[in-house]
Design a protein around this ligand. Structure first.
Ligand SMILES: Cc1cc2nc3c(=O)[nH]c(=O)nc-3n(C[C@H](O)[C@H](O)[C@H](O)COP(=O)(O)OP(=O)(O)OC[C@H]3O[C@@H](n4cnc5c(N)ncnc54)[C@H](O)[C@@H]3O)c2cc1C
Length: 389
């Protein structure tokens, strides 16, 4: 059994090792990728080879069997280095669907390959153009004929689909007017993208304000063998919910990482930049916003630690995970804004990376879930207020 001291040492060495790895990928590396909106292939490969993306995969399947606390530390350190975990974070949280609900055969087939890096499971297809946040209304349908499903529909903002071998796809297998609850009748299919592209799936990249490799998927008569159904047919929405706490905690950690990166850059710049014969950071008008942003990041971090601790103990953590994501996304955005102000004109110059991280961290108030939906969760499920949708 490990004690608190052992955990502290493990976490510190994990942080040091991830930092050392990230230091091999400079600001210039990330900046240059932006020009062509290129995928950080070398970075993702290096992380995979070092085993970090397999941290949540149990040891029996070739992963390191660590907890969400450690996975969160890895993603936090990536973002804290100036890099962007969005290139690869999904592998950590969507793998849980396969681990918790996949059959023994599916787990034995895919998890060791994912852990070793032979296969990438980086894509999760939920969002659709006509239904957005209202997930249970999604229109992509899979009709079973014999031992296969035939899938038709459309997905939007499906990230890393071009860089992933596998896609977890949420589809409706029973029409909504034939189920008792609208959350019934949805299923998760594991799609092999190497076979599907050009044979049922067409990908159209969506250029966004940051380098994010997101895409639109057009699905036409895609054939998926029934053996690729994860868990039970019709229970897919439940499986999606099961993975949300992990996702919220990991995204919160990324935001904390972004926030700490902004604060550190502000601290250095405000100390070095001399205007009116004094470092700008000597002016309280400059230092107070930085201090305020720092306080908010550290407060969000406490909530993230609490949520991760509960998660790893197998205790309910929906409230804490959602609140951590909310607080951290707000705090990183405030830190980003303060950084632009602190850097003045240079905050807008690409060479300083502030504007890049500013764009990147803004995402987390919209995706993977928008702030309003988190507030709605807390209002309804934590405070018992009337359901609004
Ligand atoms: C870069 C990027 C990457 C993404 N990656 C993925 C991915 O890999 N896989 C995937 O499945 N999806 C992905 N998404 C989609 C993302 O999860 C959705 O954009 C998000 O869930 C919101 O859905 P929407 O864009 O359709 O907004 P809408 O649902 O149309 O909402 C628009 C606005 O209205 C608000 N709103 C809607 N209904 C209510 C309500 N009842 N009460 C209060 N406010 C409400 C929302 O909060 C939001 O601010 C990604 C999105 C982006 C931008």
């Amino acid at each position: 059994m490990s004690g608190a001291g052992d955990d502290h040492d493990l976490h510190e060495s994990l942080r040091t090792n991830v930092r050392d790895l990230c230091a091999r990928f400079s600001d210039t590396y990330w900046r240059e990728l932006e020009v062509d909106r290129a995928y950080p292939e070398a970075f993702v490969t290096t992380l995979t080879e070092a085993g970090y993306l397999a941290s949540l995969i149990p040891e029996e399947y070739g992963g390191s069997g660590l907890g969400i606390t450690e996975a969160a530390i890895i993603l936090e350190e990536i973002n804290r280095s100036g890099a962007n975990s969005a290139a690869c974070h999904a592998q950590m949280y969507i793998m849980g669907t396969l681990l918790r609900h996949g059959s023994d055969e599916q787990k034995a087939r895919y998890l060791p390959a994912i852990a070793s890096g032979r296969l990438r499971l980086q894509a999760f297809g939920v969002t659709e153009p006509t239904t957005g946040s209202d997930t249970t209304q999604l229109k992509t349908e899979a009709i079973r004929t014999g031992d296969r499903y035939v899938v038709n529909g459309q997905k939007v903002f499906i990230s890393r689909a071009e860089h992933s071998d596998l896609l977890l796809l949420l589809v409706r297998t029973t029409p909504i007017d034939k189920v008792q609850k609208r959350s019934d009748g949805l299923s998760v299919l594991l799609v092999d993208m190497r076979e599907a592209i050009g044979h049922g799936i067409t990908i159209r990249p969506i250029r966004t304000m940051m380098n994010h490799a997101t895409t639109e998927l057009f699905i036409e008569n895609l054939v998926v063998p029934v053996e690729n159904l994860i868990g039970q047919e019709g229970k897919g929405f439940r499986y999606l919910l099961d993975g949300l706490n992990a996702e919220r905690i990991l995204i919160a950690a990324e935001c904390v990482g972004d926030g700490r990166w902004f604060i550190e850059r502000c601290r250095r710049y405000a100390t070095e930049r001399v205007v009116f014969g004094r470092p700008i950071g000597q002016n309280q008008g400059v230092q107070f916003p930085i201090a305020t942003a720092h306080i908010k990041i550290e407060a969000a971090n406490l909530m993230r630690d609490r949520a991760a601790e509960l998660f790893d103990q197998g205790r309910p953590c929906g409230a804490e995970a959602n609140m951590a994501k909310y607080l951290a996304a707000e705090a990183s955005w405030e830190a980003a804004n303060v950084a632009v102000q602190t850097f003045g004109g240079y905050g807008f110059a690409e060479d300083y990376d502030i504007e890049r991280k500013f764009r990147e961290t803004r995402l987390y108030q919209v995706a993977p879930v928008s702030t309003n939906l988190i507030l709605s969760y807390v209002a309804e499920h934590v405070l018992g207020l009337p359901r609004s949708y």
